[in-house]
Design a protein. Structure first.
Lengths: 210, 414
């Protein structure tokens, strides 16, 4: 039983084995932070496989589920505060109630070390503005599946401008139907049509490579 | 040889025949006189004329909006899909061919009657000028797969409908019975609306597709029973149960699709959802075998399939060649139609190619240039229909839609 075994089982998406390994490692007194780091490394490899076309969305969904289940065991055991890479405020925009993409992104952003504040679906521009004031995120992530989301994203960017907050945050839009054209239309800084690219771009926007 | 600009205006009958033949030739993998241009809308585009709420709750206003659109934009066919996904109900009534098709798509009033948890509507759960949204839900427990597979129709009627529709919570209660009677009455109105729209379109020279519908079994489980994420986890944890459930769905789905055969249906619309999510291994194990069986059975019964391949279908493109030549029409969302045409030429009619984001953001000249280059590559040999791959946003400028129509006129001729 080692961290290497855990990483390998995670990359191969062997859910039962991963959870058993985590439990044994915890019992053995392994530092929970090291377990978390191992799972982060594994999630990164899953992302790389997705980018190479070896893994598909269903593998991302499964990896996200496994990661969340590991976190349920490990997070309560970590006593010291973990400094996040940055904070992402995340929501599906007004009029759109879809959240599969948002949730996959959230799992991988957390796995990468971001703190994610999820303000839900059908989120009006005012609510984004309020949340930016409260949480002071580095990045605002707007998600949407439908074409009506384009306009809602644009209105949200405008609301951030009006509130004088636009230059205090980076804005990324995400969803299966966004692209360079929609980025221009909405006034966002970046776009991503899958979670892995989304996380990468979040890192890049904060000058963290990726 | 056909002249590009015809001086004498066509009568609606002439235009209708010409457009229908144009589309049919493309479906038959031949070269028509011109590449057919088909646009469709689930609502966003039609919000140019009325609010989202009126579009789904007021049949007369919706009719007017459809006619306004086709008068403003003379395409070869316009497909308004103004109902939400109600295949769960069609399947519940699979044994009753007079009822199944009538409850296939839900209008706004039908949502009010059922108080279903699958959909959300403008002016109800969503802002007034939004569009309807299908969200689905988890209405079946993991332990119930076996019972579902034993008799899917009975299970849907007895277990899923009461759980998923507030007004059907207690089977046999006055409330539930009243809801079903009201649903029947509303379904006739919704059906009349569809017939009226078909006539309206014909009156301005525009054909309609004689459509029925089917569903991919794994999508059925994802959309109506377990949620998409739920079923993706189920195939890891309980693969055999999921496979059995998919197989049990084949026959009822075919029954629903064939219900409209006597009325003259020629195409079965099948919107795919989970195709993009699956690796080739999982696709070929859990998704494609039962879907393939449905498409082939319908083809043998004289019904071609009209499949919307949502998202990226690149990894599974070659599997389409498993189907008999001329099986139907493949509408692609993100898969490049150039690539699809290369793989499927002479076998499958390829449809799509207009990026909605381009229509929204580019200039008319840019749009023309893009479509011109696209047509150069894909029109050769026929078997191609130019169409929007996802909804066209309301804010697409009129001049951009006109540029699209013009460039097909200029560059689409054979």
């Amino acid at each position: 039983m080692s961290l290497e075994d855990l990483v390998e089982a995670f990359i191969n998406l062997e859910e039962e084995k991963v959870l058993k390994n985590v439990e044994s490692l915890v019992k053995m007194g392994k530092n929970p932070y090291e377990i978390l780091e191992a799972c982060r490394r594994a999630a990164e490899v899953v992302g790389e496989r997705f980018e190479r076309g070896e893994y598909f969305l269903s593998e991302l969904v499964y990896a996200g589920e496994i990661f969340n289940n590991v976190m349920k065991i490990v997070l309560p055991l970590i006593k010291r505060e973990i400094k996040p890479l940055g904070t992402i405020l995340l929501g599906t925009v007004q009029g759109d109630v879809h959240d599969i993409g948002k949730n996959i992104f959230k799992a991988f952003a957390e796995a990468a070390g971001f703190k994610v504040i999820d303000i839900g679906v059908d989120t009006p521009p005012e609510k984004f503005v309020e949340a930016v004031k409260i949480y002071k995120p580095d990045i605002v992530g707007m998600s949407g599946l439908l074409t009506i989301a384009y306009d809602a994203m644009k209105r949200t960017v405008e609301a951030l401008k009006e509130a004088g907050l636009r230059d205090k945050v980076k804005v990324i839009i995400g969803g299966g139907r966004v692209d360079e054209n929609i980025k221009r239309y909405t006034g966002a800084d970046e776009w991503a049509d899958n979670a892995i690219v989304g996380v990468k771009k979040c890192k890049q926007m904060l000058g963290l490579g990726g | 040889m056909r002249v590009v600009k015809e001086s004498k205006p066509k009568t609606p009958e002439e235009a209708l025949t010409e457009r229908r033949e144009r589309i049919e030739k493309a479906v038959e993998l031949k070269e028509p006189d011109k590449v057919p241009l088909i646009l469709s809308s689930c609502g966003d585009l039609l919000r140019k004329y009325i609010t989202g709420h009126d579009l789904y709750f007021n049949y007369e206003k919706a009719r007017e909006a459809v006619i306004k659109f086709v008068k403003d934009y003379q395409v070869d066919m316009f497909l308004p899909v103004l109902g939400a996904e109600g295949f769960i109900f069609a399947l519940a009534f699979a044994e009753y061919p007079d009822i199944a098709p009538a409850v296939r798509f839900w209008s706004g009033p039908m949502h009010d009657i059922l108080k279903d948890k699958f959909t959300k509507w403008p002016g109800r759960e969503l802002p007034e000028d939004s569009i309807f949204q299908f969200i689905g839900g988890q209405f079946m427990d993991i332990k119930e797969y076996a019972k579902f597979s034993e008799d899917p129709i009975a299970f849907v009627n007895e277990v899923i409908l009461p759980r998923s529709c507030i007004n059907l919570e207690k089977i046999g209660s006055p409330k539930a019975n009243a809801a079903l009677i009201r649903l029947g009455s509303e379904a006739s109105k919704a059906l009349k609306f569809l017939v009226d729209v078909t006539v309206d379109l014909a009156n301005v020279g525009m054909p309609s597709l004689p459509l029925t519908s089917a569903y991919a079994p794994l999508d059925y489980i994802g959309d109506f029973l377990r949620t998409p994420v739920g079923v993706l986890l189920d195939i890891r944890r309980y693969p055999d149960e999921v496979k059995r459930a998919c197989e049990a769905l084949v026959e009822p789905i075919i029954k629903v699709a064939l219900a409209l055969k006597p009325a003259g249906a020629k195409y079965a619309f099948i919107p795919l959802h989970l195709n993009e999510y699956l690796s080739p291994k999982l696709y070929n194990e859990f998704y494609w075998p039962t879907l393939k069986k449905i498409i082939i059975t319908l083809y043998e019964q004289g019904i071609k399939s009209f499949v919307f391949f949502e998202g990226w279908h690149d990894a599974h493109l070659e599997t389409i060649l498993d189907l008999p030549k001329g099986w139907g029409v493949a509408l692609f969302e993100k898969t490049d139609v150039r690539k699809a045409k290369k793989v499927l030429a002479g076998h499958t009619c390829v449809m799509g190619g207009i990026p909605s984001s381009l229509l929204l953001e580019a200039s008319p000249d840019k749009i023309k240039e893009y479509i011109k280059n696209l047509l150069k590559e894909v029109k050769v040999g026929g078997g191609f229909i130019l169409a929007n791959s996802v909804e066209i946003p309301k804010d697409v400028p009129s001049e951009n839609l006109r540029a699209l129509i013009e460039v097909v006129e200029e560059e689409g001729r054979y």
